[in-house]
Write a protein that binds this ligand. Structure first.
Ligand SMILES: *Cc1c(COP(=O)(O)O)cnc(C)c1O
Length: 405
């Protein structure tokens, strides 16, 4: 992961609740929102929040004013977006396939529905056209170009189920696009504007002959806009020149970038195990598997505030005389280990460990695997004296039980 802007010097571990908890800093969300606002203004595009990455509605009031709407991947997410974003904002939906029951409900609340295939569009076309509201219809395109090397995150492999390929379109003929208002592609993951540029070149070369039939193109998510070093001016130029060249509206629907570097997961060290055969282990009251699954799925090692990952190239004062620990979790899964770290002093039971950059793809992916405690959801505002700590949600036995039966 790239180094990102540092967290403000602020005591995030002072929230008035027990660990574990996620703490989201409203000031840092606003910082990201101002970047997205600038891009929308300069590039003349609209930016949506992909709810799949972050759906903590307790802080949506910090985001809604800056954004054009939400991108939902299910009826549940669409409903959440409709409830928490004002009527002037759009609810976009894309799903690899819709059920009949889902579509009936979506027709009441969605402003844009993106279909993954012609069959699904044809199947639901009568429903959409008779529902009494104008719903923008999009078609997901598979440009068959992606620079994502990890198979699990690559939507353009030969086996991909995502989107209409050029050959499908050629076979069906241009009239198949009758009633389609826009195209959608999503081929990126945590990438820069250079990847978008190369993707757009391929996308345009293959599909521009159809552009006269549509009004908008959604460039999907995966744009790591708020990461330090992202070339914002390059993105603006790409969007502007695409709009000017083709006369099409442009939408972006990243998720992660809205909340990049805005939240921590605060945990407590419950025990320290001496390991005569190697590195000592600290056990914390959170789980990679249940609370930060990308640590295992991607995989990656998150940063811990005031510690360093014990990677080969550790330099500087911490490396010398630093104390090395494996940080492991409170579940029975052997692989539920977060990583190896260097701490400035020996760890003790009761120490707080704050995992960085934990807003995205965490809270919305949590499970109660092992019956483990779900972290509370807390917000703060490091711009406000006192920090405006708010504990939005605590979870208990009932929450565990009622998801089972
Ligand atoms: C996952 C996803 C997004 C958001 O991706 P990020 O990597 O969080 O920016 C947007 N659109 C679609 C279709 C997605 O599947």
């Amino acid at each position: 992961m790239n180094p990102i802007l540092p967290y403000p010097p602020f005591n995030y571990a002072a929230a008035p609740t027990e660990t574990p908890y996620y703490i989201i800093d409203r000031a840092l969300i606003r910082r990201n929102m101002r970047t997205l606002e600038y891009i929308q203004k300069e590039a003349g595009c609209r930016i949506l929040l992909a709810l799949k990455a972050f759906s903590t509605w307790a802080v949506f009031d910090e985001m809604e004013p800056y954004l054009a709407g939400v991108a939902a991947s299910s009826l549940n997410e669409a409903r959440l977006g409709r409830e928490h974003f004002s009527k002037t904002k759009d609810v976009h939906v894309y799903s690899p396939a819709y059920s009949e029951a889902e579509m009936v409900e979506l027709c009441k609340i969605a402003d844009y529905i993106v279909f993954n295939s012609f069959q699904q569009w044809q199947k639901f076309r009568p429903l959409l056209e008779s529902c009494g509201r104008k719903i923008q219809v999009g078609l997901r395109i598979n440009p068959e170009y992606s620079e994502v090397s990890l198979e699990i995150y690559n939507p353009c492999t030969n086996r991909s189920r995502f989107g209409v390929r050029l050959e499908n379109l050629v076979d069906l003929g241009e009239d198949a696009l009758d009633g389609v208002d826009g195209f959608h592609f999503h081929t990126m993951c945590q990438q820069g504007s250079d990847v978008l540029q190369r993707t757009l070149e391929v996308f345009c070369e293959r599909f521009e002959k159809y552009f006269h039939r549509i009004k908008w193109v959604n460039f999907g998510g995966g744009h790591h806009i708020t990461r330090m070093g992202y070339d914002i001016e390059h993105l603006i130029n790409l969007v502007k020149s695409f709009r000017e060249r083709y006369g099409l509206e442009v939408l972006l629907e990243p998720g992660e970038t809205h909340v990049l570097h805005t939240g921590l997961l605060i945990s407590t060290v419950l025990d320290v195990i001496e390991n005569p055969n190697g590195v000592d282990v600290a056990i914390v009251d959170v789980s990679a598997s249940a609370h930060m699954p990308d640590v295992l799925e991607m995989p990656y090692t998150p940063e811990i505030l005031n510690a360093r990952r014990a990677v080969e190239d550790v330099e500087g004062p911490l490396a010398e005389g630093a104390h090395k620990y494996i940080v492991g979790c409170k579940t029975c899964l052997s692989g539920d280990v977060i990583g190896e770290y260097m701490f400035p002093r020996p760890l003790q039971v009761g120490d707080r460990l704050s995992f960085e950059d934990m807003s995205q793809y965490t809270i919305c992916k949590n499970t109660t695997f092992n019956g483990i405690q779900l972290p509370s959801i807390v917000s703060c505002d490091s711009d406000v004296p006192g920090g405006n700590f708010q504990v939005h949600r605590k979870f208990n036995y009932e929450d565990f039980k009622t998801r089972l039966s």
